[in-house]
Write a protein of this length. Structure first.
Length: 106
């Protein structure tokens, strides 16, 4: 009898940021792809809130003939503004800083 609940993972390289050059086993979903974003909480040595490193999934390469993705890697994203929330096409735009459009904040 085949085991259906087995968790699969694949070794995925990380580029940029503190994890540059490391290869970690990342769990893949039902489609066989790793998650689009990978968040790594780093504890604060002084007991404060942890710093979260954000990496985005990008194709490692494409095949010549059909242009299919040849695997995945993660690239460091220091300017993550998603806040870990899903963005649906019908969602409202991200909140703007306070102030009216056209205000001159001098």
């Amino acid at each position: 009898m085949a085991e259906t609940g087995a968790v699969k993972s694949q070794d995925t390289p990380f580029e940029g940021g503190p994890m540059d050059g490391r290869v970690l086993p990342v769990m893949v979903g039902p489609t066989g792809h790793p998650p689009k974003t990978y968040r790594i909480p780093v504890p604060d040595p002084e007991g404060g809130p942890p710093t979260v490193l954000v990496y985005r999934r990008v194709p490692r390469g494409h095949s010549r003939r059909l242009g299919l993705v040849q695997g995945w890697k993660y690239e460091y994203d220091p300017d993550d503004t998603s806040g870990g929330k899903l963005r649906w096409p019908w969602s409202k735009p991200a909140a703007r800083p306070p102030g009216k459009p056209g205000d001159a904040n001098e």
